[in-house]
Design a protein around this ligand. Structure first.
Ligand SMILES: *[C@@H]1O[C@H](CO)[C@@H](O)[C@H](O)[C@H]1NC(C)=O
Ligand SMILES: *[C@@H]1O[C@H](CO)[C@@H](O)[C@H](O)[C@H]1NC(C)=O
Length: 226
């Protein structure tokens, strides 16, 4: 039973939340009594997307009004709604302007927003390079790499994250060092008299025959055995 009421409460809460997000409130949201005029209230905060019409009056609903089409406001007590921007040049339209928010632009393919509001675009830097203050890209400086799109170059790792691994690649502009588990020495497929595999690090009489064999066959592989 308690669970049921808990769920009901959550549902009502969610609905209320969605409702306030959906419509835009009209008029004054918070007000205080006007100490100078009896029966008047002073608005201290308009509903979001509303501008102030007059600071004080008998009806809080009439103190603020929603921004007209093509204008918006982020202020809670401003008299003016600035015009929404148009996305021009490298900027293309992303989201319509609303009374509460300016038009949102995005950048054309291959370009990046230059700031949080996306008021200008910069080149998109690829792997192996990084964005500069001059809004272009430069190759990663020596000793650094960048393996992501449009990120700053970072110094190479100096050791493997796993201490049992060894560095098998020293890194390049677009890749950090690469570590791997060391490969155990490969044993040559040679038969030895006792038919025992040659244990690395422990040399028996059998290894002599292996070394001799190596001299005449595959020298390179032999190195592992010595
Ligand atoms: C604002 O735009 C909406 C939708 O485009 C329209 O329904 C409304 O009448 C317009 N209001 C004004 C004041 O132009
Ligand atoms: C850098 O190293 C990575 C990983 O080995 C490789 O895939 C990539 O092609 C290299 N890039 C350059 C520019 O050499």
């Amino acid at each position: 039973m308690a669970g049921f009421f808990w769920m009901l409460g959550l549902t009502l809460l969610a609905q209320g939340f969605l409702r306030t997000l959906g419509d835009i409130g009209v008029g004054c949201k918070k007000w205080v009594p006007d100490t100078e005029v009896k029966g008047f209230v002073k608005c201290v905060e308009c509903h979001p997307g509303n501008r102030l019409v007059k600071p004080s009056g008998p009806n809080p609903q009439k103190l603020c009004t929603p921004c007209e089409n093509g204008t918006y406001t982020h202020q809670s007590l401003g008299f003016k709604c600035p015009s929404c921007i148009q996305c021009v040049g490298a900027l293309v339209h992303f989201k319509d302007c609303t009374p509460k928010s300016n038009t949102q632009c995005k950048c054309k393919e291959g370009l990046r927003c230059g700031d949080a509001e996306c008021t200008f675009c910069t080149d998109e830097c690829g792997k192996g390079e990084e964005p500069t203050k001059k809004r272009d890209c430069r190759p990663c400086p020596k000793g650094t790499f960048n393996d992501q799109i449009h990120q700053n170059c970072k110094a190479f790792s100096t050791r493997c994250p796993d201490p049992t691994h060894i560095i098998v690649f020293q890194g390049n502009a677009s890749s950090d060092i690469i570590c791997e588990l060391p490969q155990p020495p490969t044993t040559l497929p040679v038969t030895n008299p006792e038919n025992n595999p040659v244990k690395p690090g422990k040399r028996g009489s059998s290894s002599v025959s292996v070394e001799l064999l190596c001299l005449f066959s595959v020298r390179v592989k032999c190195i592992f055995l010595l």
